[in-house]
Design a protein around this ligand. Sequence first.
Ligand code: NAD
Ligand code: MG
Length: 390
Amino acid sequence: MRKVSILGATGSIGQNAIDLIARDIKAYNVVALTGGANIRQLAEDAQRLGAQLAVTAFEDRLQDLRDALQGSGIEVAAGQNAIIEAAGRPVDWVLSAIVGAAGLAPGIEALKQGATLALANKETLVCAGALVLQTARENDARVLPVDSEHSAVFQALVGEDMDAVERVIITASGGAFRDWPLEDLASATVTQASSHPNWDMGQRITIDSASMFNKALEVIETREFFGVDPGQIEVLVHPESIVHAMVGFRDGALMAHLGPPDMRHAIGYALHWPERRDLPVERLDLAQLSQLRFSHPDLNRYPALKLARDVMARGGLSGAVFNAAKERALDHFIAGQIGFTTMAVVVSRVLDRFDAEDGLINAPLTLDNVQQTDHLARQWADEAVIKRAG
Ligand code: NAD
Ligand code: MG
């Protein structure tokens, strides 16, 4: 039986993973499930999967979780440290499906115990790619991509030599506002930004798809995970979301990965790797698809993509700055404090402010430094929002 844990089990990715595991529950020994405020879902899944431990991120919800699991024999805990402790329990496979930089420390803890870390949490690599991959090497652990584009690149690279790779192309649907007039973007509402044309995902990543902050994070994730130069990474807008990524080789070949927009493919690939097993995803009928369109993204519409290039050029801790400033800008947008297009302005201000402070982004890449940088970047993002409002 494979021992597995799921961090962020109550979210969109977590629920898709549980769907796969529940179909073949006898093959798994579920050790830990973690979640947030949705105690009912967490408790129900912990019982259904026979988990040993259930953890909520929120300390003030511990009693609710305890009540919900009364008499079940399932251990309960709460808080960020409890999530890190859960990630450190020995298992074969850990899925990191927490949203945001909160996923970093638990992911590192999972690698320290030698588990295979299936990484949906792209923020982990954006904030501390080199540190995470080094931790994996030191502990004979492995990181497998779950983000659909990165899973696609990973699959296109099976059996290939990285020296033969010329370019990596990841696709983007273009999000909710792909066809909107540019001048309307400033007044786009949270509800409008929260609906995705093709994928059904958590609210934060859906809004990040409309702004392409999600793609910006993924470009950085591509660089960190595959070690390719920034100049080798391209983004194409592909409204159908069928081709997830392509790898171009030195002989001119372009290997593409196609599939329906269903995260259970990428999760299942990481779950069964290096084997391929049956997965309950729709089979594509290419004859039915009338067309697959591709175009270059307009950087005026998606300034986040330009910021990602700046971040890769700066290096060091700038990925952590970028992500933290983006998370806070998104919080402020969701709370109605800033407009949709102001998010990129705020992130850009915070990056510039770090640039002006000698040495801050070039401090050594340790977990402590990443967390301190994350904290400061959030504070500066808040200050940038207040300045704009004032
Ligand atoms: P979601 O919001 O649906 O779920 C997030 C999960 O993390 C929930 O279980 C929530 O309780 C938990 N969580 C939230 N804040 C937390 C905190 N501070 N500490 C600990 N746990 C916390 O998000 P999602 O859409 O499932 O995305 C999860 C991650 O996967 C993100 O990094 C996202 O970018 C990435 N991802 C998602 C998709 C997708 O299809 N949803 C695709 C590719 C990558
Ligand atoms: Mg993706």
